[in-house]
Each structure stands twice: as C-alpha cells, then as structure tokens.
Design a binder for this molecule. Sequence first.
Ligand code: RIB
Length: 301
Amino acid sequence: MHDYGLLVVGSANADLVVGVERRPAPGETVMGSDLAVHPGGKGANQAVAAARLGARTALLAKVGDDDHGRLLRASLRAAGVDTAAVLVGEAPTGVALITVDASGDNSIVVSPGANSHLTPDDIRAARDLFARAPVVSVQLEIPLETVAEVARGLAPGARLVLNPSPPAPLPAGVLTVCDPLIVNEHEARFLLGEAAGDTPEDWARALLALGPRSVVVTLGAAGALVADGRDDGCVWVPSPRVEAVDTTGAGDAFTAALAWRLGLGEQLAGAAAFAVRVGAAAVTRRGAQQSYPTADEVPAG
Ligand code: RIB
C-alpha cells in the first residue's frame, strides 16, 4: 500500500506572464498586457494538477527563500500537495518569462535559479519518499544528473514517467526506464534528430527503438498517440474540442493525470484518454496551476 498516488520530482517557477497580440520575431519589440505573476514550473504544475484531481501527491523540488518561493508553496499547499520535500535555499526561486498570444500559444524562457540546485544528494536524502508512491514523474528543468539519480533510485516495481521538457540528450540509464516517455512534436524531433520521420507514428516507433518501455506523443488539439511497445501498433486518443485561451501548463496537467491513473493500475491508452480530457480543460482557462480542473470539471469522455 502506498502513501501517495504520485511523487513528482521537478521544478517550481514563478511565471511572469504578458499577453500579446502576437509573439515578437527576432529583433522585434511588441507591446503587451499588464504583467501577471502566477505559480508555475513543470514539476509544481504537475503536482498541483494531480492533487486537484484527487491524487495524494508529494513534490520534491527546491525554491528560494523569497516571495516567489512563498507564492509557490502556498499554491501547492492550497491544492493539497505534500510540501515536506520542497526544499528552500541556495538561490532565488526559478522564474519563467512567458508571452501568450491571441490564439493561446506561448513562448517561455526559464531562469532556473534554485531548480538548478536540486542535486543528486537531495534525491538520495529523500530516498524514503520513493518507496511511498507507485509512480514518479520527472521533467528536465532540474539538472540532468539529478534526473539520472531519480531513475537509478526508483523503488522496485515503481514506474518512471518522463516528459523531457525542455529537451536535452538523455542518458541510456534514464531512457530505458521511462514508462512512458511523454513528448510533443518538438521534443520528439529533438530526441530523434535526422531520423525523426514525418508522422507521429514514425516518431513513436523510432522513440521506442531508443529503449523506453512505452511512448506517448502529445498532439495538442488532436489528442495523443500511445505506443506501449508490446506490438508494432499505436493507439490514437482523440481530444474533446474546446476553445483554447492559454495552453501554458496544459502538457503538465496531461502528464500528471496520466501518471496518476497509471499508478491506479489503468492501462496506458485508458490513462491517456483521461489525460487528454484534463489537458483540454486546462487550456480553457488562463495560467498554469489556476487552470487545472478538479475531477468534477474534467469533460466527459
Ligand atoms: O509547462 C509550463 C511551465 O513551463 C510554466 O509554468 C513555466 O514555469 C515553465 O516551467
């Protein structure tokens, strides 16, 4: 029996968000809306998304001893996330500079701050947490050596869910334990390079050949493609149609929902079918964490 439905290891950022008519081209200046400051970061977003759906969730992360760190801890606590392993110190809280355009698409630059001080030693010191959740979810806004330590330290039978965002070359010891590796088109093309192919099915098959136990390719409004590696087949999971106002953090909500449902024993395609509905709900509201639905707010399948 596990204490948690999900353990998330990852980043926590203050999102500094400006709405724009269109995102600037290189060298261009555009005017935007008033600045909004929201709790974000891919790790904290996932933890809040899972907790809001009803999962008992713990987050292992690092923030600064500053107002942004307090904003994040308050948001996590309000959602019901266990913050005992949200460490404080060593650098200012990470910050994400985000522009959101009229179609709801965004561009993001992250200054990692305290996130880059989450070390392999921090992971080893929190090892007891790893036996207390069936699934551990991680992303790449923390050092790669820390992600590698997470992969090495999985408890027997635990499942690693990795969203390699922002993308970076992955050590074999990380790739081969992913179950699943969750990528969007940009991340798939980065990991595959020249060999990427043209279709999501091509990407899923080529990624499986790199070693993960399963792969999910997220396709935005088109849903997701699931390949569990047991045969040559891929399963397409459609998304409900919604009016998108802000896609920020929707991928984090998708990943959290999928990871939690896998931990409940659901098959990958079924968990993805739930997760696309959670992601669809998240794009209908502004911001990341404040856009995440409760279980009652997830559109029907
Ligand atoms: O995935 C969205 C998140 O990416 C934002 O909340 C921002 O903090 C960056 O980490």
